[in-house]
Design a protein around this ligand. Structure first.
Ligand SMILES: Nc1ncnc2c1ncn2[C@@H]1O[C@H](COP(=O)(O)OP(=O)(O)OP(=O)(O)O)[C@@H](O)[C@H]1O
Length: 229
């Protein structure tokens, strides 16, 4: 991927599928959001291609078969003008399941995200944490096959973090493929089973997700080298 002839990252091959729960790490500006947008079909890579398998073929009016199936959730999510309820109902209308099932799913989403008291509030009046909870609840209703969460718990208090973690865990149990970026090693990264790290303009993949202990050990070692030099 390049912007104006400057290479952001270069990778031979990456595979992201349902059931994967991947922690995406990288410094500011390394290209995490860009990678997620590419995988959601929102932008195209400067070279190479995205091969999507197992998705319904796109209709003539759709620009990409990934859209709606592989969803990218921005850290400041876009919400529709209107109430919280309207935002959730809009998502519900995308489902092809019977009305009773859809209503059941809507109630589960409201309950999980603890949005009961906010249903009639205007979405534009919500706090950052409430917006993120609504956006994940809306994504959960749609049941995407792949979901990319860009810094989903940054700037959240502990209670909102707990709720969002529970929702992400529910998506994991449902088999949604998750690619999650975070600058912190925390409860969120503990849910992950794979690690992608954008470093030195390439993407390193591993089945070992860093934990608070391994990061602490690495930092201590670096500090030790620093003092002996
Ligand atoms: N449309 C664009 N045109 C030109 N440059 C862009 C464009 N989109 C992103 N960039 C640049 O690409 C780089 C990577 O951006 P990106 O948002 O993917 O990084 P990130 O790893 O998600 O960063 P952060 O951790 O700060 O959110 C940045 O230097 C950004 O300015």
């Amino acid at each position: 991927m390049k912007f104006k002839q400057i290479t952001l990252f270069n990778v031979e091959k990456l595979t992201f599928k349902q059931g994967d729960v991947i922690y995406l790490q990288g410094d500011n500006g390394s290209g995490k959001s860009t990678l997620m947008k590419i995988l959601a079909g929102l932008i195209t890579p400067s070279e190479g291609q995205i091969i999507s398998q197992g998705f319904a073929p796109k209709s003539w009016w759709q620009p990409d078969s990934l859209l709606g199936k592989a969803v990218y959730l921005h850290q400041h999510p876009y919400l529709f003008e209107g109430s919280v309820k309207y935002n959730l109902t809009y998502a519900l209308n995308q489902l092809k399941t019977p009305a009773s099932e859809r209503n059941e799913r809507m109630h589960q989403a409201i309950n999980m995200a603890q949005l009961e008291d906010l249903l009639n509030h205007n979405a534009s009046d919500l706090s950052g944490g409430e917006r993120q909870r609504l956006a994940i609840a809306r994504a959960w209703i749609i049941q995407p096959k792949l979901l990319m969460l860009d810094e989903p718990i940054s700037n959240m208090d502990k209670q909102s973090q707990r709720l969002v973690l529970a929702m992400i865990n529910q998506l994991k149990l449902d088999g949604t493929g998750l690619l999650i970026s975070s600058h912190q090693i925390c409860g969120l990264t503990a849910l992950c089973q794979q690690h992608w790290h954008i470093k030195q303009r390439t993407i390193h993949t591993s089945m070992h997700v860093p934990t608070a202990e391994t990061v602490h050990q690495t930092n201590t070692t670096e500090l030790h080298y620093g003092t002996t030099d």
